[in-house]
Write a protein that binds this ligand. Structure first.
Ligand SMILES: [Zn+2]
Length: 281
């Protein structure tokens, strides 16, 4: 069933757990999320970024929504990192019940203004909005030094309080030390859990952690139990999927049966999704 994002996150906030938001990327990963959610009886957020939406296409989203509606699991459909009003409107028209407006690259006041516009439009359509304050780092496809603080602008708790109050967002993505993408070998990222404590003290709406791939499980679990209500996982699932695909093709270079080639990758993706779901509750 499709569940309101506000309800999913408020339940998580009150119950002191986090709902996993999984970027689907393709049909296999989408179905792996559905199976994991159903088997574990744990809610899940189906996340689609703007480039993923471009790749999947509008007709595929109609299929996604139909599958979600007939599922027994509690599911929300969320646009990840919308940057413009046009992208937000497209997603809402397609049936997304939650959107993220990421204007975190803009100056504080401009971020508030852009986010307010999106909240006004989304509210008219009964859609939840996630804003972002601070800069979550990036590792993959970035020329910056990965895994260091240089790309992260930590979220200021006072600013976060003002931002959530002024914009009326339903959830707020905060920068407390995660980066998008996979961390290079040997880099062990650390979350600023003391900063999370200050943020929770100042902000009443559910908080969101992006870039949850590759972080230490005990830190993610701590964050989930102390105020983070949604954790985004993308790269780690896809990495497991593609590694299993590579391995299968190396072992069986002549295998041309689709169902057999993609069997292991689907199971590998589901295993990571299941592990995260259980970790966050
Ligand atoms: Zn993100």
């Amino acid at each position: 069933m499709i569940e309101s994002m506000q309800v999913l996150l408020q339940d998580a906030q009150q119950g002191k757990y986090a709902v996993g938001a999984f970027n689907i990327g393709n049909k296999d990963i989408f179905e792996a999320v559905l199976r994991a959610s159903h088997e574990q009886n744990i809610p899940a957020i189906i996340a689609v970024s703007v480039p993923e939406l471009e790749y999947l296409g509008d007709d595929f989203m109609a299929y996604v929504l139909k599958q979600m509606q007939t599922s027994a699991s509690r599911l929300a459909l969320h646009l990840d990192h919308g940057k413009s009003m046009a992208e937000i409107k497209r997603a809402i028209k397609l049936g997304f019940n939650s959107v993220m407006i990421d204007a975190s690259h803009l100056p504080f006041e401009a971020n508030i203004e852009r986010t307010k516009e999106v909240v006004a439009y989304a509210k008219e359509h009964g859609v939840a909005v996630e804003g972002e304050l601070g800069t979550i780092g990036s590792t993959a496809s970035s020329s910056c030094i990965a895994g260091t603080d240089s790309q992260i602008i930590y979220t200021d708790p006072e600013d976060a309080a003002i931002f959530s109050r002024e914009t009326g967002v339903d959830a707020l993505a905060v920068a407390i030390g995660t980066s998008h993408g996979l961390y290079p070998k040997g880099i062990a990222p650390h979350l600023k859990l003391d900063l999370l404590g200050q943020l929770v003290h100042k902000v009443t709406i559910p908080l969101v952690l992006h870039g949850g791939s590759g972080n230490q499980p005990q830190e993610l679990r701590h964050a989930a139990h102390h105020g983070i209500a949604k954790i985004n996982i993308s790269s780690e699932v896809k990495s497991a999927y593609f590694q299993a695909l590579r391995k299968h093709l190396q072992e069986y270079p002549d295998d041309v049966k689709t169902q057999s080639v993609f069997g292991d990758p689907c199971r590998a993706a589901q295993a990571v999704i299941t592990e995260k779901m259980i970790l966050f509750v």
